[in-house]
Design a protein around this ligand. Structure first.
Ligand SMILES: NC(=O)C1=CN([C@@H]2O[C@H](COP(=O)(O)OP(=O)(O)OC[C@H]3O[C@@H](n4cnc5c(N)ncnc54)[C@H](O)[C@@H]3O)[C@@H](O)[C@H]2O)[C@@H](O)CC1
Ligand SMILES: Nc1ncnc2c1ncn2[C@@H]1O[C@H](COP(=O)(O)OP(=O)(O)O)[C@@H](O)[C@H]1O
Ligand SMILES: [K+]
Length: 475
């Protein structure tokens, strides 16, 4: 599991640990971890050239101390100070190790002199260390930092702890921020490492252990071993009814394909049987790919709404008449009020969630965590907000972010497959929060498997699920 803690949680854990250790120990651990990741990234030390952008706080201190380690390994290190308040011990350490320290304004002016205004003095450097701000930073960057980043445009950035300028606890951005190729974080992940738009600015992630003792995380991300542990598996005495029956009420004369794709997700094999209750012509289409699907009857979970068109409300009310968990997608989301307090997973994309909450879509896309949590509380149900990094929020405040997937998954009908898949997991007995987060993880990973780096259609995702589950079960 990737566990992400808020700034307040990190501060408390750091304070508790620091009280037991000699002063500066944690920064030394962080700086050494950071320096070793940088050396690995550079493929060595001697002759490499690294510039550190250094703000006024301990984040700059980490960058300076890491710079000192790098300088002792033969790296040419220059620190550009964005403040007169830079970490004194770090400045002294870097100077003592042979590094150069100068005000950022002077370095930027020199770069501009060499390469013209707004120009790229970046060619000289192999890597930028972003020590502008860490968990103490306010969102946005000051003009001096923006100017320094501009002067270094094109040079890969390694963010120290977090990409400077993003909101650490929410992943929101407001104004300019660093875009890193790699983020090296300390002690634990922070929400901004998982939540877009900040997560996209992190690049790859590496965690350096500094020995913190941490509470329950604020946000988490399932990893393959977590998904494998949660996967429903048939026992030796299993029969199709013990494995759970999933019912699908999706598709219509107008949108028959949504019914077919919902069933394709539901028929992933993780439940014992799939029933279809809907348009007879859609059932005929379903049977071409899934002859094992039968008609209406008793189920352990319903999937409702994908392509249901005007029939969504009737389908939802019929599903609610059974006392079983349900997935509420697409057209049925307009009637999500009916579901409040029932075991359910609502699966909106940003536009659908915006309509549910009565806010503009752009606001949802700026504040994914806030809106997913708000909708989960208001609807008293698990809300799965679909996006590049899907957010799954429970009414009690728990949040999981899905980090699997590929932009090729942004294709028509992919959401229908997801709804069916989550329905199968509900029918197999997973709680709504687990069914949603495991389903979303599998959906993204199956897309990556099916894509192989190229385009895909929604049906490919459903088809790849079997191979993916086999890989997870074997591992
Ligand atoms: N506290 C600890 O024991 C440890 C802290 N570590 C490092 O310390 C960092 C936190 O250090 P700090 O608490 O000093 O905070 P920061 O280094 O994040 O800096 C905060 C300071 O920067 C200024 N500032 C805030 N927002 C700004 C902005 N947008 N633009 C420019 N300046 C801004 C403020 O004056 C503030 O005091 C962590 O992210 C991590 O890198 C690590 O060394 C591990 C141990
Ligand atoms: N840029 C992206 N990168 C990765 N996955 C994406 C991206 N955009 C969308 N997705 C995923 O693709 C699926 C699209 O579903 P949805 O919006 O419901 O489409 P449809 O209604 O056509 O089925 C969701 O699972 C979503 O998480
Ligand atoms: K930083």
């Amino acid at each position: 599991m990737i566990r992400a803690h808020t700034v307040a949680q990190v501060r408390a854990a750091e304070a508790a640990l620091m009280a037991t250790l000699p002063e500066g120990t944690l920064m030394q651990r962080a700086a050494h971890g950071l320096a070793h990741v940088v050396l690995e990234t550079l493929g060595g030390g001697y002759g490499r050239r690294v510039v550190a952008l250094v703000g006024s706080g301990d984040n700059g201190g980490d960058a300076l101390h890491a710079g000192a380690v790098l300088a002792r390994r033969g790296v040419q290190v220059e620190a550009w100070l964005l403040s007169t308040q830079a970490h004194a011990g770090g400045v002294a350490a870097l100077r003592a190790a042979g590094g150069r320290v100068l005000p950022a304004a002077e370095a930027v002016a020199a770069a501009r002199g060499r390469h013209g205004h707004g120009g790229t003095g970046g060619g000289h450097w192999d890597l930028v260390l972003d020590g502008i701000v860490g968990i103490g930073g306010k969102p946005g960057l000051r003009p001096e930092a923006v100017a320094a980043l501009e002067a270094l445009a094109g040079v890969p950035v390694v963010a120290v702890d977090v990409p400077s300028g993003v909101d650490v606890d929410t992943g929101e951005v407001d104004g300019p921020h660093v875009r890193a190729a790699l983020t090296v974080t300390f002690g634990t992940h922070k929400p901004c490492h998982l939540l877009d738009p900040a997560a996209e600015a992190c690049g790859a992630l590496t965690l350096v252990d500094i020995g913190l003792d941490l509470p329950e995380p604020d946000v988490e991300a399932l990893q393959p071993e977590d998904v494998a542990a949660l996967l429903p598996r048939p026992g030796p005495q299993a029969h199709k009814y013990t494995r759970g029956v999933v019912g699908v009420r999706a598709g219509s004369a107008t949108y028959p394909g949504a019914g077919v794709l919902s069933v394709a997700g539901a028929a992933c094999g993780l439940a014992g049987m799939v029933r279809y209750d809907g348009d007879a012509a859609v059932l005929e289409l379903v049977h071409r790919g899934h002859p094992e699907v039968i008609g209406p009857g008793r189920v352990q979970a319903w999937v409702v709404g994908s392509g249901s068109d005007t029939g969504a409300e009737v389908a939802l009310r019929a599903s609610l008449a059974d006392d079983v968990p349900l997935v509420v997608d697409a057209d049925a989301l307009a009637h999500a009020d009916l579901v409040r307090g029932r075991p359910a997973v609502l699966t909106p994309h940003a536009g659908e969630l915006a309509r549910m909450l009565g806010v503009p879509r752009a606001e949802v896309e700026q504040r994914w965590l806030h809106h997913a949590r708000r909708a989960a509380v208001e609807h008293d149900a698990v809300v799965l907000l679909k996006a590049r990094h899907t957010v799954v929020a429970a009414p009690d405040g728990r949040v999981r972010v899905t980090t699997t997937g590929t932009p090729w998954l942004a294709t028509a009908g992919a959401g229908d497959v997801l709804g069916g898949l989550i329905g199968a997991l509900l029918a197999a007995g997973l709680a709504p929060y687990d069914a949603a987060s495991v389903g979303s993880w599998l959906h993204g990973a199956a897309a990556t498997l099916a894509s192989g780096g190229g385009p895909l259609v929604a049906g490919d995702v459903a088809e790849a699920l079997g191979d993916l589950v086999a890989l997870l079960v074997a591992a």
